[in-house]
Design a protein around this ligand. Structure first.
Ligand code: NZQ
Ligand code: ZN
Length: 379
C-alpha cells in the first residue's frame, strides 16, 4: 500500500427534502449570494423555487449567473467571476450537475484570488484562498459535490482540462435523490458510466490497495445492479438514491486511498472527444474505456483479469472487457464513435488533437502510436 492522506471537508446532506437545511448552512457565510445554474432544467422541475425559498428566508440578496453549458466554458466562469466581484459576494450556491459545480469552484477561486480563471486552471497562479461554495446536486455522475476537482474547456487554447485543489471542496452539498427524477435517460446512463469509469481509473492506478479495490468492486456492482433498474423506473426513489450515493463515492477519495494515483488516461481521451464534438462526458467514457482496455490487454492482462474476478468471478481479461462493453451498451451509452455519428473522416483530427494535448495516463503512459491505436479501436 502507498502512503496517502485522507481529507474530505465537505459536509454532505443526503436524502429527501434535505434542501430544507440550506438556509441554516448558507446564512453562516453572509447574505450576498451568487446563485449559479445551467440552462434551465432547475426552473422546469421546481428545484430553483425550492432553493430561492431557502435563500429568501434569511433575506439573502441573490445575484444569478445562469446558462452554464454542459462541458462548461471558461468564458462563463470569467463572466460569473466579474459579476461576483462587482457585487462583492459572500457565498456561491451552485445548483446543477458537474458542469455547474465545477464552474462555481473556479469562479470562487477567481474572485477570491482576483485572478483570471484560466491562469488557475493552467497552474500559472497558485490560489491561496477561496469563497465558500454550497452545492445542490441535480445529477448523479461526477462526484464534484464531494471532491476538489473541476474541468473546463477553453476554445482559445483548444483544450478541455482539469484542475484540482483542496480549496475546491464545497462547504456543504445537498443531495436529494428526488432532484434527479427528471434527469433524462441518456444523461442518467452517462452518469452511471461516469461513476463506473471513476472506479476503474482508481483500479488501474498505482499501488497495491486491496481494500480500495474492494470499494471499487462494490461501487461498480451497485452500478451494474441499480443502473438498469433506475433507467426503467426513473422515479423510483431507492434506485435513484443508490446511484446517487455510488456516484459520490466513486470520486471522493474512497477509490484512491492507498494508491499513488489513479490512471486517468481514459478521462484524458474523453476530454478530447468532448472538446472536439461536444460529446457528453459519460458518453466519451463508454467509447474510450473499452478501447483503452483492448490496448492494455497484452500489457496488464493480470490486472484486467483481476478486475474480472472482482466483478464477474473467474473470467479472462478478454471476457472482462467484453462484459464491461456490453454493460455500457445495455445502458444505452455509445461504445463506438460511429454510434454518435463520428466517422472515419474525423479519425485524423482526433489523433492530432490527442497528440497536441499529450493525452496520457498517470500510470499507463501512452505514446503517439498508442494514441493512434486507441482512435482505431474507438472507430
Ligand atoms: O443545463 P441544465 O438545463 O441544468 O441541464 C443539464 C445538462 O443539460 C441536465 N440536468 C442536470 N440536472 C438535471 C438535468 N436535467 C433534468 N433534470 C435534472 N435534475 O443535464 C445535462 C448535463 O449536465 P452536466 O452538469 O453537464 O452533467 P455532469 O454532471 O455529467 O457533468 C459533466 C461535466 O463534469 C466534468 C465533465 O468533464 C463535464 O464537463 N467532470 C467533473 C469531475 C469532477 N469535478 O470531479 C470529474 C468527472 O470525471 C468529469 O470530468
Ligand atoms: Zn468522469
Amino acid at each position: 500500500m502507498e502512503n496517502f492522506t485522507a481529507y474530505n471537508p465537505t459536509k454532505l446532506h443526503f436524502g429527501k427534502d434535505v434542501v430544507e437545511q440550506l438556509r441554516e448552512a448558507a446564512q453562516e457565510y453572509g447574505k450576498k449570494v451568487l446563485l449559479m445554474y445551467g440552462k434551465g432544467s432547475i426552473k422546469k422541475n421546481g428545484i430553483y423555487g425550492q432553493v430561492i425559498k431557502q435563500l429568501k428566508s434569511f433575506n439573502a440578496e441573490v445575484i444569478e449567473y445562469s446558462g452554464i453549458k454542459s462541458n462548461p466554458l471558461v468564458d462563463d466562469v470569467n463572466e460569473a467571476a466579474q459579476l461576483g466581484k462587482l457585487n462583492n459576494i459572500d457565498l456561491i450556491v451552485a445548483v446543477g450537475g458537474g458542469s455547474v459545480i465545477d464552474s462555481a469552484k473556479i469562479t470562487a477561486l477567481s474572485i477570491a484570488n482576483n485572478t483570471n480563471p484560466w491562469a488557475i486552471m493552467k497552474f500559472k497562479v497558485k490560489p491561496k484562498t477561496t469563497i465558500p461554495l454550497i452545492a445542490v446536486l441535480t445529477l448523479a455522475a461526477t462526484g464534484s459535490e464531494m471532491n476538489g476537482a473541476a474541468v473546463l474547456q477553453n476554445h482559445k487554447t483548444d483544450e478541455k482540462i482539469g484542475f484540482s485543489s483542496s480549496l475546491n471542496f464545497p462547504k456543504h452539498s445537498f443531495l436529494d435523490p428526488t432532484y434527479t427524477f427528471s434527469v433524462p435517460k441518456d444523461y442518467t446512463a452517462y452518469g452511471i458510466v461516469d461513476l463506473t469509469a471513476h472506479s476503474l481509473e482508481g483500479f488501474f492506478g498505482e499501488g497495491d490497495a486491496t481494500l480500495t479495490d474492494r470499494f471499487v468492486e462494490a461501487i461498480i456492482k451497485e452500478a451494474m445492479e441499480y443502473g438498469p433498474k433506475v433507467l426503467s423506473e426513473p422515479e423510483n426513489y431507492e434506485y435513484r438514491a443508490k446511484i446517487m450515493w455510488a456516484a459520490t463515492n466513486a470520486l471522493n477519495g474512497l477509490t484512491n486511498y492507498g494508491r499513488k494515483s489513479g490512471d486517468w488516461g481514459v478521462h484524458s481521451i474523453g476530454h478530447n472527444l468532448s472538446y472536439l464534438f461536444d460529446t457528453p462526458h459519460g458518453a466519451t467514457l463508454s467509447i474510450a474505456y473499452p478501447a483503452w482496455l483492448k490496448l492494455q490487454k497484452d500489457r496488464i492482462p493480470e490486472r484486467i483479469a483481476k478486475l474480472g474476478e472482482h466483478l464477474y468471478g473467474n473470467v479472462s481479461a478478454d471476457e472482462t472487457i467484453n462484459r464491461l462493453e456490453k454493460f455500457f451498451q445495455s445502458l444505452g451509452s455509445p461504445i463506438k464513435l460511429s454510434d454518435i455519428g463520428i466517422g472515419e473522416d474525423k479519425k485524423e483530427i482526433i489523433i492530432q488533437q490527442m497528440i497536441k494535448t499529450e493525452t496520457n495516463g498517470m500510470v499507463h503512459k501512452l505514446n503517439d502510436d498508442d494514441r493512434k491505436k486507441i482512435v482505431e479501436l474507438m472507430m
